[in-house]
Write a protein that binds this ligand. Structure first.
Ligand code: AMP
Ligand code: MN
Ligand code: MN
Ligand code: MN
Length: 279
């Protein structure tokens, strides 16, 4: 069974509508799909309707931005009620910081010779309340200054690069509390992407565990085979369930298409076994 529990629509920084995401997943043979837009659940309703049309089991989700030890961590909430007021208020607060941040990113880029980045990024952001670095990257690619979104990150937008600005997102425990209040389970997304020391990772896992975190995203579009082995091992050690997802954003951009993340090691508990809405 093909499963994809991590992907994006134009409600955040993907390029397809939620319904188009579902249709593409269906075409790829996905049987169980979660839509996990950044800091917003507004796409889940239309995705759910479309999933019913195609006979796909749909899991409403979200990917919450969290600040931890000078790094940004992403926590997926799977099986959340998209209309839950506590979750909605929390996400609204996380989104509200994005505007000022995007203006600062544009100022930094301006200083480095990239003009009109605020208006440019807004043109690419179909949801003006959710301007992401991915929208800046697409704008810069459209200017012909760089060949790809990942190249823009490498030179301008990754931490420590000229267009990167520090930002305070949610606190780990509050993000998990919102997810739990909304009836969902919390998954630590793409852990191999975080630049943390061994002791910081131990602290992250301890706090995630204490706050009731359920699973680690072992199979991810941004994990290589070594990452997958390492994080499968961590899931076993800590007794976490395992999740899998492409982190698909856009057809020409994402290396891993919907449904194409590699299967989980068979000894791990797949997180969807713990999701009522997926059974
Ligand atoms: P933001 O939430 O505005 O900080 O943007 C984060 C998003 O930027 C991620 O969810 C990815 O979609 C994208 N992103 C981050 N790092 C990279 C990278 N190295 N290459 C391509 N896209 C990236
Ligand atoms: Mn993204
Ligand atoms: Mn992420
Ligand atoms: Mn993602």
């Amino acid at each position: 069974m093909k499963v994809d529990l991590h992907c994006h629509s134009l409600v955040s920084d993907g390029v397809l509508t939620p319904a188009e995401v579902v249709r593409r997943a269906a075409a790829n043979g996905v049987a169980l799909l979660a839509l996990t837009d950044h800091d917003e659940t507004a796409g889940c309703a239309s995705a759910e309707v479309e999933a019913r049309v195609w006979g796909i089991s749909f899991v409403p989700g979200v990917e919450i931005s969290v600040s931890f030890a000078d790094e940004t961590i992403h926590v997926l909430g799977l099986g959340v009620d998209p209309g839950d007021p506590a979750l909605g208020e929390g996400l609204q607060r996380v989104r509200s910081g994005r505007d000022a941040r995007a203006k600062r990113i544009a100022e930094e880029l301006e200083r480095h010779g990239i003009h009109g980045a605020w208006e440019g990024a807004l043109r690419f952001a179909k949801n003006p309340a959710l301007v992401s670095r991915a929208h800046f990257a697409r704008y810069i690619v459209s200017l012909g200054l760089m060949r790809s979104v990942s190249e823009v990150f490498q030179y301008y937008l990754a931490k420590g690069k000229p267009g990167y600005v520090e930002h305070e997102w949610a606190v780990l425990e509050e993000a998990l509390a919102w997810i739990h209040r909304a009836g969902g389970v919390a998954v630590l997304a793409h852990p191999a992407r975080y630049r943390l020391s061994t002791s910081q990772f131990a602290e992250l896992l301890r706090r995630f565990d204490e706050a009731g975190g359920t699973a680690i995203e072992v199979s991810s579009g941004s994990h290589g085979p070594d990452d997958m082995r390492r994080w499968a091992h961590v899931a076993r050690q800590w007794g976490f369930a395992a999740s899998m997802g492409s982190d698909f954003h856009a057809p020409e951009e994402s290396a891993v298409d919907l449904g194409a993340a590699p299967p989980l090691p068979p000894d791990l508990t797949p997180v969807w076994q713990l999701l009522e809405c997926a059974l």
